[in-house]
Design a protein around this ligand. Structure first.
Ligand code: NDP
Length: 433
């Protein structure tokens, strides 16, 4: 804490991991002797840079760019870029730290990193987004590469931004190096199902948790927050598996739709019109917009927070529990506060932490890297089948580790322990570097 003042989100993420892995450290004293923890909480490299660009009115704007390369012990650095005004070093470090264990849990060869900027893409024209992305890449390109560091999207970095970022990398380096970015358009090196993977994966994870208790999603009501990449495809998959998703939100409020969320309309409002969520309710008679609130007071069986960190607090958890929620599958990174997580677990609600439940996105990114390296293209069905099987493996790895370390059913301890074990063994084997 002394070393990282003013980094509350990073400290929160570190505490959560350290609290869960005590049984692993008891079992492997060599991890303590080898200084694994001291090394892991210090990023291998942090890059901070100026991003100057000119807006449509001809004014000079200056943003700050970040890339925190946390660990490359299992593979090239891997993790998304976030463009949002709230971005600061604490947020990027918490996301990068989480990414190490999430990526390890997928079983693939990818390290952990995260990056982004305090640039706000909302309301920016395509030309402004392009100039910003080009300036951002003018600095970051020298730290990237398919064997070095492979970014992807996150909040505020969707198809538009990824296109401009990749284009500028190609221009500067004179290399069409497909594997240096994931989430690319499917026409130019992107993988099928990457766009859908995080949202689909979070629903598959909920399905896996329910299956342990011989239940399915069929006929259940699902509450989703957010209305971006993760939320939209969580809603789509919930429908496909027989559930009814009833909410979506953004930073202005939420909509509740008693006929279930119309995915095509939601996608049109958010991706084509780039409008606020209120517009969905304006075009849908069965829906109601609730301003300035989060959707957690709506009665649901399954909750999938898919917007941002700390968006579901203790009061929200109490409201969900009182309404009979059975499972929470985190689509976003660290959306539930520590108090909310404890409340869910005390109440016997199945709780899938983001590190496990939203790992489908990065896992499919690793599949994109494989396809790029082999110059192959797998079909949608094949890719979705692989995603489903990866999510089952992630679920089982977390479930088994929780049992092994004496906390059956605790997916937080399970996910952290399983991810940490893999990273720590690799660090020991590779020496003090
Ligand atoms: P998008 O930018 O596509 O969507 C983000 C959504 O969350 C928007 O609806 C946005 O509303 C809302 N939101 C963002 N910040 C806030 C806030 N401070 N308060 C309330 N609502 C907010 O991002 P993604 O869907 O890609 O990411 C969502 C979450 O999932 C993040 O936590 C991300 O780290 C995580 N994640 C994403 C992965 C991916 O593959 N994309 C992979 C793994 C995790 P508004 O438009 O009003 O800002």
């Amino acid at each position: 804490e002394k070393r990282n003042p003013h980094e509350p989100e990073f400290l929160q993420a570190v505490h959560e991991v350290l609290e869960s892995i005590a049984p692993v450290l008891d079992r492997y004293p060599q991890f303590v002797d080898g200084g694994i923890l001291e090394r892991l909480v210090e990023p291998e490299r942090q890059i901070l840079f100026r991003v100057p660009w000119v807006d449509d009115a001809g004014r000079l704007q200056v943003n700050r760019g970040y890339r925190v390369q946390f660990s490359s012990v299992l593979g090239p650095y891997k993790g998304g870029l976030r463009f949002h005004p709230s971005v600061n070093l604490s947020i990027i470090k918490f996301l990068g730290f989480e990414q190490i264990f999430k990526n390890a849990l997928t079983g693939q060869g990818i390290g952990g990193a995260k990056g982004g900027s305090d640039f706000d893409p909302h309301g920016r024209s395509d030309a402004e987004a392009m100039r910003f992305c080009q300036s951002f890449m003018n600095e970051l390109y020298r730290h990237l590469g398919e064997h070095t560091d492979v970014p992807a999207g996150d909040i505020g970095v969707g198809a538009r931004e990824i296109g401009y970022l990749f284009g500028q990398y190609r221009k500067i380096t004179n290399r069409h190096e497909s594997g240096m970015f994931t989430g690319k358009g499917v026409q130019w090196g992107g993988a099928e199902v990457r766009t859908e993977a995080t949202g689909y994966g979070a629903v598959f994870f909920a399905q896996q948790m329910l299956a342990v208790h011989s239940t399915s999603l069929d006929g259940l009501r699902v509450g989703v927050s957010g209305s971006g990449n993760v939320a939209i495809y969580a809603i789509e998959k919930a429908w496909q598996l027989g559930a009814t998703p009833v909410t979506a939100s953004d930073s202005s409020g939420y909509v509740v739709d008693h006929d279930g969320i119309d995915v095509d309309l939601l996608r049109h409002v958010k991706e084509v019109q780039r409008a606020r969520i209120r517009e969905y309710a304006a075009q849908r008679p069965s829906a109601r917009f609730v301003e300035g609130r989060r959707p957690w007071d709506v009665p649901v069986d399954i909750a999938i927070p898919a917007a941002t960190q700390n968006e579901l607090d203790l009061d929200d958890a109490h409201a969900l529990i009182a309404n009979g929620v059975r499972a929470v599958s985190e689509g976003a990174n660290m959306p539930s506060t520590p108090g909310a997580v404890a409340a869910f677990q005390r109440a016997g609600v199945l709780f899938g932490p983001g590190k496990a439940a939203n790992a489908g996105g990065v896992a499919t990114s690793a599949l994109e890297m494989s396809q790029n390296a082999a110059r192959q293209k797998w079909s949608f069905d094949d890719s979705e089948r692989r995603l489903r099987s990866i999510m089952a493996n992630v679920h089982d790895a977390a479930f088994d580790a929780a049992e092994r370390y004496g906390h059956p059913g605790d997916y937080v301890i399970g996910a952290n322990s399983a991810g940490f074990e893999r990273v720590a063994h690799a660090m020991l084997a590779q020496g003090v570097i």
